[in-house]
Structures are given as C-alpha cells and as structure tokens.
Design a protein around this ligand. Structure first.
Ligand code: SF4
Ligand code: SF4
Length: 394
C-alpha cells in the first residue's frame, strides 16, 4: 500500500495519537515488516523467550511453543537457527515452498538439533493419489535430510469431501507405519469451517493436526469449527495470522503484528501460530509475544486501526464469493496472489501462486462482467481485484 493511500485511510493526527499510546503503553515495535534485510534500527536482542509459553498439540502430545516459524520465504538457515535460539521449536515448511529450497534450508538449520524441534511439511497441493503422497514424502525427507517428519500435512484441503478420501488415508497410514511420519494433518485455506466440521465428525479421528488461516477478522463459523476439532483431539496451528502481513508503514510506523498474534493466541484452542518471517526484525518481534500473551486495550486499538487501513484490499480467502461466478474464477487464490504482492512484498511468490491457478479459473478468465455476480462478504470489488491481478501478475 502506498503512503498516499495510507493517508486516505488514517489521518496523520490519528497516526501520532496511536503512536504515542503505543510507545508509552505497549512497547510495540514500530519496525517495518516485510523487509528482507535487517534495518539499522533493529529492535534490541531481548526477544528470546526465557520461558516460552507452550501448549500441547492435540492428541499428538507434542509440547509446542506458541510461536512457530513459517518458512515460505526463507533461504537462510541462520534465520531459522536464530528463531530456535529465541525459543521457537516448531518449524513449518512445504514441498512447494521456493521450489523445495525451503525444505533444504530447514534441513541445514536443524543439523545437530533435529531432536530439539518439530518439523511440519506438506505434500504439494492437488496431490490426490497414494503414489503421489508417498513420492513427495520421500522427496521431503531427502530435502530436509531427516529420517522422519513430525507432522505431515496434506496441503490445501479446500473441499470437505477430501477428509474421508480412502486412498490418501492409506498412503498416510503406510508412511506412519514405516516411521517416516509421526502424525498426520492437513491445511485449509477456504471453506475452512466445512472442512474442519467434517474432521470433527470423522468417526475414525484420523487427522491429528489442522493448519488453517486464522486472524482477528476470521468469522465465528471458523472459530466455532476450531473449537469442535480441538474438542475432538485435533491440534490446531494458525497461519495467515497477520492479515496479509501489511507493512507497518500502513499504520504510520506502528506494527500491528504482535497484537495480531496475541489475538490469535487468546483462543485456547489454537496450539501455536506460525507467521512467515523473512528477517531478524520479524523474528524478534514475533517471538517476543511468547513473553506475554496478554491482549491489551492498546493492542485492540491497533487492530481496529489495522482493520480500517486494510479494509479496501483485504480478502479473507473464505471462497464464499466463488459459487457466484458463472465462469468459475478462483477469486480467493487470485486474491491470495495479490496479498503476496501487496502485503508480503514478494512478487516472485505472487506470480508463482497466480500462475499455479488452472488457466480456466484464473483472473484471465474473468469476463469483467458489467454486474459482477461474485459478491464479496467483505464488500470488496471483485471485478476490480481481478483486473488488478491481470495487470500486475498476468
Ligand atoms: S466479473 Fe469476473 S469474477 Fe465477477 S462474475 Fe464476472 S467473471 Fe466472475
Ligand atoms: S473476495 Fe470476499 S468473499 Fe471472496 S474470498 Fe475474499 S473475502 Fe471471501
């Protein structure tokens, strides 16, 4: 978001008032997020959590510290090691992140410390066969350089019917028996409540871990579904916790990210959050939350301002608009691509995600209808977003 557009949403006087509040009451870092280098004004190295808050990951019994690290954009093992030094013991990666480099980076980072951390990785999206799952797990083991994966997740369960897929279960059961994976999970980005409720209703209680997008603007349906799966022994890991990771400049230099994480962790059914991090500033800022999870009134005010600032661009990735599009455009994935560009500032990731959408469901398919029938529950102008994606990423 440009500074001029920021000014449209937050008046300078409001920035200053909130800044004063934050500086005196909350100690929230104003460090910009989304940068790939350590700025001169990096926060002091006081973030290491002396006694990190931890929770048990459902029926796995794993004792996980509440801030894990997402490695979607990390290619430096030293960054992961720094996070581990500060108290992080849950590392999240995926077969497809940076074309396999993320897993390799995780492998290098944990050399000599493998038994001190839990690693979760994921099969590529659309891996729907037993052979595909097994082959990809073998590739993950090799890339990470480990004998076992703590949590293996099937990536992007966006359709509740996948929950009971017998072939996928057979693959995971065999891998578990062979000792190559310890626990099984899935990720979900859209139709999340439906998928979680299907898992909660599963009489076999097959899945041990659920990873989903969850933040302070998530709907009550998702919150309720999280409670249901947690009650059924499923450990819940939260991703996309910072609403697109929009830079602190969007709030006049006030970072919303600690407040965002604290909000997520107020929910006792969330075991840990795994925000993506790309530099030491972000790692320190996020890890510091483990020292105090209390959500203050100032944090709440920051989140109110953050919500206001990102309202014109933020897509909750819920997918509820998609049935309304006669051409089958995958609006939420197109918008996720835009989020990587606008929020994360990562054009390569944005383009990779965008070009991974089947051509018949991409923004290029959007007919720019005079009256777009895909209605957004948040009031976004979907046709305009699709135009923007074509121009930026097409
Ligand atoms: S404008 Fe695009 S997204 Fe909206 S209904 Fe038409 S084709 Fe679908
Ligand atoms: S555009 Fe709106 S309805 Fe569609 S996925 Fe995003 S938030 Fe949900």
């Amino acid at each position: 978001m440009s500074s001029s557009s920021n000014d449209r949403y937050l008046g300078r006087r409001e920035f200053l008032r909130l800044g004063a509040l934050t500086a005196t009451s909350a100690g929230v870092s104003g460090a910009a997020l989304g940068q790939n280098t350590v700025p001169e004004a990096a926060p002091p190295a006081t973030a290491a959590a002396a006694s990190p808050a931890s929770r048990v990951l459902g029926r796995t019994g794993l004792k996980v510290n509440v801030i894990g690290i997402g490695t979607l954009q990390i290619t430096e093992p030293a960054l992961i090691q720094a996070a581990m030094d500060m108290g992080v013991n849950y590392i999240d990666t995926a077969r497809v992140y940076i074309n396999g480099r993320s897993e390799e980076t995780v492998g290098k980072a944990v050399q000599g410390r493998r038994d001190k951390v839990f690693i979760s990785t994921k099969t590529p999206p659309n891996t729907k066969t037993k052979q595909g799952v097994v082959e990809n797990v073998e590739k993950s083991l090799k890339a990470i350089g480990t004998d076992y994966i703590d949590v293996l997740e099937l990536h992007q369960f966006n359709d509740a019917s996948l929950v009971l897929n017998a072939e996928l279960r057979e693959a995971l059961t065999e891998l578990r028996k062979a000792g190559k994976i310890r626990f099984v999970g899935f990720t979900t980005h859209k139709n999340q409540a439906d998928v979680l409720n299907a898992v909660a209703d599963d009489p076999d209680k097959f899945f041990d871990v659920a990873m989903l997008a969850y933040n302070f603007q998530s709907g009550q349906d998702v919150k309720d579904a999280i409670a249901r799966v947690a009650k059924n022994g499923v450990g819940v890991v939260a991703m996309k916790t910072q609403n697109g990771g929009h830079k602190a400049e969007a709030l006049g230099g006030i970072s919303p990210h600690q407040a965002s994480l604290k909000w997520v962790l107020q929910d006792p059914n969330i075991t840990c959050a795994v925000p993506g991090m790309v530099d030491l500033v972000q790692i320190r800022e996020n890890v510091e939350v483990m020292n105090s999870l209390k959500l203050t009134r100032v944090d709440e005010q920051i989140l109110e301002r953050y919500a206001e600032a990102i309202k014109p661009v933020y897509c909750g990735l819920c997918g509820k608009c998609e049935p309304g599009c006669p051409l089958g455009v995958q609006v939420s994935t197109v918008n996720r691509s835009l989020m990587y560009a606008e929020g994360y500032g990562d054009m390569a990731l944005a383009r990779e995600t965008y070009h991974g959408i089947p051509s018949g469901a991409s923004a290029i398919t959007c007919g720019d209808c005079a009256d777009c029938t895909a209605k957004c529950v948040r009031g976004l102008d979907i046709a305009a977003k699709m135009r923007q994606a074509r121009e930026l990423l097409g």
